[in-house]
Design a binder for this molecule. Sequence first.
Ligand SMILES: NC(=O)c1ccc[n+]([C@@H]2O[C@H](COP(=O)([O-])OP(=O)(O)OC[C@H]3O[C@@H](n4cnc5c(N)ncnc54)[C@H](O)[C@@H]3O)[C@@H](O)[C@H]2O)c1
Length: 324
Amino acid sequence: MKILVTGGCGYIGSVTARFLRNNGHEVTVVDNLSEGHRGAWDGEFHELELLDREAVHHFLDGHQFEGVIHFAARAYVGESVEQPLRYWRANVVPVIFLCEQLEGVPFVFSSTCATYGVPMTETLSEDHPKNPVNPYGNTKLAVERLLRDRDLAGHGSYAALRYFNASGAEPDASHGEAHHPETHLIPLAVQAALGQHGPLTVFGTDWDTPDGTCIRDYVHVLDLASAHLAALKRLVGGGASGAWNIGTGVGVSVREILDSVGRTTGSDVPFIEGERRDGDPSMLVANPALAKAELSWEAEWTQLDTLIETAVQWHRAHPQGYSE
Ligand SMILES: NC(=O)c1ccc[n+]([C@@H]2O[C@H](COP(=O)([O-])OP(=O)(O)OC[C@H]3O[C@@H](n4cnc5c(N)ncnc54)[C@H](O)[C@@H]3O)[C@@H](O)[C@H]2O)c1
């Protein structure tokens, strides 16, 4: 397939682009490099600002794609609370510009478990109520609805993949997580243990969980990559649109992550006990049964230390992230 990957110089996009290429697909990446890294992708690349309607249309006029995988977005929850308009613009408007020119082209979208809001059940199924508690989650849910409307009107199918916590790196340590600023637990913990970063703050140790820290579902970035290919194949094969949880179904606490990072690096993670953050649910864990049934997808990286080890190797090999 000829596949357009937006945001393919970012963390999940670059790993997925390589995964698609390794599986024989022809991949074109577009990215404005606002957060991504030129060094993260060595295939066909176009620097493109997706908020520039004319530029997007001009680019798409000259290309034919069988599918698009749209990763490009702003993804800092705290920033979205402070700058909601910026998030609505950055996360919704590019989808409109792309869809205007991608008539009938299947669209795979990076959604998030943040579309659910505060969990009412121990694990989250796709039919759980959607009540996002921050602008970031609202923009992702809005795009899901936009894509559903497009599909209902017969203009193209879609797959909304609701990722849980993306984590880990390529096992050969060539590609990994390099956000600036970094806000994700695993890179912060690994960098703290390796002395590349100061102590980590644990947000709340008095949650209603077995060890008092928050529980999340950590899904390896290569498992995310394979979920995108599975979803695109379904759509290209004429399968129905939908939304699928992409998670392991296993909850892991912050303390369990710190213990695992300690084991795999051989150094304790220095950390400070901080206050709870507003809007943080104590637990976010996927029920991934629908993805298994309908996409034939399930997470393979289910051993925590093995997953963390890939992140450790990436940070050891690239203490400053990408060089360009
Ligand atoms: N990392 C996670 O745990 C997680 C969880 C759920 C959902 N997601 C979603 O997955 C996607 C990828 O996340 P990531 O962690 O790889 O983020 P990232 O910031 O590493 O990658 C996003 C990429 O999009 C590019 N981009 C942003 N705005 C653009 C624009 N207007 N025009 C062109 N390019 C633009 C950035 O330069 C960057 O390379 C995002 O949509 C995010 O919301 C991530």
